[in-house]
Design a protein around this ligand. Structure first.
Ligand SMILES: Nc1ncnc2c1ncn2[C@@H]1O[C@H](COP(=O)(O)OP(=O)(O)OP(=O)(O)O)[C@@H](O)[C@H]1O
Ligand SMILES: [Mg+2]
Length: 474
């Protein structure tokens, strides 16, 4: 197998990933380079075009001027004056040269060796190049043919301008542009570095503040008002997350305290009873009695630990995976049958009503466990001889089971908390067996509902308490 390759170069990836400042500096350097390069190319092209035009105009004017005089020079005497004039012009301006070529050696001018070996369009418009020995840059030339006049045969007149000043000018411009661009890029890098640092200062302050948050200071919050708009959104989200963590942390701490508290009583009982039993000689029968009583306490501890393990697994997102299609009324009836003797003892009756055909995908053992907890509670909190009702109903995407029993109303403030772990409305109250529950029954109902894609609910109205849960139909 091959590693997936990243499009970015590794040497670039590290600083870019680690620093926003590096990113900004690199981006502004790249954009400065682009802008300067573009501006440089455009200016250079314009300058080059202008220089060429200027050169061509100069050549054209000079060629026109001398052509007029040459066209009138029809004999050697006049030709001599022309030659003198051309020599004076060349002397006055070192960059200008003249060549005149003709079949008659008398009517020529200048060193024609290199001109004759050069292809020149003699249309009086085009600019050609003539490479002369000992010169770094070519000479730009323009030629024209003048018809024969009197003694003089047809002549080809050529004017040349040294290209050196133009090439030098272009080179200087290119150099200046490059130096200026590099300077501009360096300035862009320095300024963007400072801008990035100044822009990121609130972020640095924010992270310095975040470093101070510890589990002991969970109530501390990020000050949102002093931050720029973009960061205040982040700070608000951060504060929201802190709030949720604080809540969870507080719950966890309370839960730990509750666990310790719940286990302390049975453990203290076990130790106490064992110490008393060992205090003096006892018969085998007495020891048996003590062990029997200890077994009950141990059973109680085991049931708490089992319930907690179940809740922990559900907290970790475990879902009811072994779900099978089942009719609710059947599962409810099986659970109720289990309570036959308890109900007889308390002279209570349970009726099952509602949509007896409703069915859902469920893990039946979990469903029965939740319903058992609800029925146990209903029995515990009903007066002797009460009628307990179990309602099954079909809802849009869920099915609903509610266990309703007559009893003392549950105060509004307790209703949403009934499903919290170890929460008991009246922790001192004992059930009909003389013991009190440990407050995990309804937490398990809620966990089972959640594992089936449903939720738990509780109502207290008109002397009846109705507690139940929903599960997703499929
Ligand atoms: N049917 C009900 N009528 C009145 N109060 C109820 C009813 N069901 C539950 N409660 C209240 O909700 C609390 C929480 O119930 P839950 O079943 O979670 O705990 P428990 O019954 O005290 O202990 P456990 O079920 O773990 O043995 C109970 O202590 C009780 O105060
Ligand atoms: Mg209970």
């Amino acid at each position: 197998m091959t590693e997936p390759t990243s499009p970015r170069q590794p040497w670039l990836r590290l600083p870019l990933r680690q620093s926003i400042t590096a990113r900004l500096v690199l981006m502004s350097a790249a954009s400065a380079l682009f802008i300067f390069a573009l501006a440089g190319i455009v200016l250079y092209t314009v300058l080059k075009g202008e220089l060429l035009r200027h050169e061509r105009d100069g050549l054209f004017t000079t060629l026109n001027d001398i052509s007029y005089q040459i066209s009138r020079a029809g004999n050697t005497e006049r030709w001599g004056r022309v030659q003198l004039k051309l020599a004076t012009l060349s002397q006055a301006d070192q960059h200008v040269s003249f060549w005149i070529d003709s079949k008659d050696a008398r009517f020529t001018y200048g060193d024609l060796t290199h001109l004759r070996s050069t292809q020149v369009a003699d249309d009086g418009k085009s600019v050609g190049r003539l490479h002369l020995p000992g010169r770094q840059y070519p000479v730009h030339i323009m030629s024209r043919t003048l018809p024969a006049f009197e003694e003089r045969p047809e002549v080809q007149v050529t004017v040349g301008v040294d290209g050196a000043p133009y090439f030098e000018m272009r080179r200087t411009f290119l150099l200046a542009t490059t130096v200026f661009s590099l300077l501009g890029i360096v300035l862009a890098v320095i300024s963007s570095y400072w801008i990035a640092r100044a822009g990121l200062a609130p972020l640095r302050r924010m992270s310095a503040r975040a470093q101070n948050f510890t589990p002991r200071k969970l109530s501390a919050r990020m000050p949102v008002e002093s931050l720029p708009q973009e960061l205040s959104v982040l700070a608000e989200a951060f504060n929201g997350a802190l709030g949720r963590i604080q809540e969870a942390y507080t719950q966890l701490e309370a839960f730990n305290a509750d666990v310790a508290h719940e286990l302390r009583t049975p453990l203290a009982n076990l130790i106490g009873e064992t110490q008393v039993a060992l205090a003096r000689e006892r018969s085998a029968g007495e020891f048996k009695g003590v062990l029997q009583s200890n077994l009950e306490e141990l059973d109680r501890i085991r049931s708490i630990v089992n319930d907690m393990l179940f809740l922990a697994r559900s907290d970790q997102g475990e879902a009811a995976t072994a779900r099978v299609p089942a009719r609710l009324a059947d599962e409810v009836q099986k659970t109720v049958d289990f309570f036959e003797f308890v109900l007889d003892d308390a002279s209570m009756i349970i009726t099952v009503a509602g949509d007896t055909e409703a069915s859902a995908m469920m893990e039946t053992a979990l469903f029965k466990r939740a319903l058992t907890n609800l029925i146990q509670n209903a029995i515990q909190h009903s007066p002797v001889g009460a009628l307990i009702r179990i309602d099954i109903s079909n809802q849009e995407e869920t099915v609903r089971v509610a266990v309703t029993n007559p009893g003392a109303p549950i105060d509004e403030q307790h209703l949403p908390r009934l499903f919290d772990r170890f929460y008991r409305v009246d922790s001192a109250r004992q059930d009909i067996n003389g013991s009190h529950g440990h407050g995990l029954g309804l937490a398990i109902v809620k966990a089972v509902a959640r594992m089936h894609g449903g939720r738990a609910f509780a109502y207290s109205h008109g002397g009846y308490n109705s507690i139940g849960f929903t599960i997703a139909r499929d």
